[in-house]
Ligand binder design. Sequence first.
Ligand code: FCB
Length: 469
Amino acid sequence: MTVVLGLVGVAFLVAGGWMVWWNLSCPELRWDWDRCDVDETRFPKEILWGVATAAHQVEGGCDNNNWSHWEKQTNARGQPRIKNDDKAGMACDHWNRYSQDIRLMKELGVKAYRFSVEWSKLEPRRGEFDDAAFAHYLDLCDALFEAGISPVVTLHHFTHPLWFHESGAFEKRENIEPFARFCEEVFGRLRSRVKMWCTINEPAVFATQGYFTGLFPPGRKDLQQTGEVLVNLLEAHAVVYRRLKALPGGAEARIGLAKSIFQFEPWRRASLLDWMVTGAVNRLFNDCLLDGLRTGKFRLHIPGLVRVKRSLPDARGSLDFVGLNYYSHLHARVRLDPKEPFELRYRQGDTMTDMPYVIYPEGFYRALHQVATLGVPIYVTENGIADAKDDRRALFIRRYLYAMHRAILAGCDIQGYFYWSLMDNFEWSEGYSMRFGLYEVDFKTQERRLREGAKPFLQAIRGGSLQST
Ligand code: FCB
């Protein structure tokens, strides 16, 4: 009995000591904005400035993929899955209006455009490639070239063909092969035009939203499966990286992946339980993938909930650059409710965006350091704000760019920044309610109009200071 009590006591001391150490060594980073010289932020000339979109969100006519299928479904209570029962539909009609949209990019002054190719258009049936759809993307690349804008192509940005969806998609390890085949085909046909590639967009978002929160197709809530999808996505990335590198043009191409970092903090810094749940969510969402890329070993173990282990030697060294997608952070709090044992919340008093995200530029600074540990150049492949009233966008841009500038001064090798997004578009389960665009889109007339709040981004591109006007 005395021994047990002694052991419990020691365990408490260790846990308590660990917590104090954590609190002292990693307090939540907060800057005093009155003392930050945001107006004087300036960037090296070499930074590649760009904007980003994804096929399903802007193109229109993407009606042969998992998302188009999902948009027609209702949940268990008979309610639509997408806010306001929206469907991507015509979206921004970017498929037909890309020339006009490239003019908008020129007006901004960006030198790169990150977009995704729609797999369900390029390979509508397994093994059958659609030449006309390939011709479209070749034309798009040529038009970008004419405008002096470099294409950056994402091979998988949340959507894939129905045939792939129905065969179990990334739930099954054997499905990595058809994905890799598709990527080789795209690379082979576009490689003369495209020098920079992202294999997969945000594996952790795809896996957690599709298999943990159930907000994305296929709408499951199964943590073990989330882990399996995640490890398959990491393996898919590594396989695709190696295969493309081995193709003609592969050695010169720069190939990476777009990793989202969304930090979680303990709601109560003195609560060991909040710390534990925070650790678990950070592991799931951020760290197991970063570690997998760093070490070639994937490990996700949350006792009683998920256990996935795989050795992936090819994942190590599978990045010519890392893409960082960063938006915000959340706080985790343990609840005394077995149905919902923890919750993720934001702090009152922080400035909100229209999404349940607060403006937290310090987190961007931290995320840049997190991905810097991979030891490869960093491109910010997404960063932006949903702000329909356009009354926080300028502040967001100025402060996040300031954070990036500080990360550069601190030694992070940041080579590019892509704003999400060029224009308003279909925001997945949020439908058209979220307005992320530098350009506002009127979806009835398809008119685009530059938002006032975009101005600091234009100033940064032009090499000026980020002075507020
Ligand atoms: C990211 C997605 C992107 C967009 C932004 C707001 O998670 O990659 O498509 O929806 O969020």
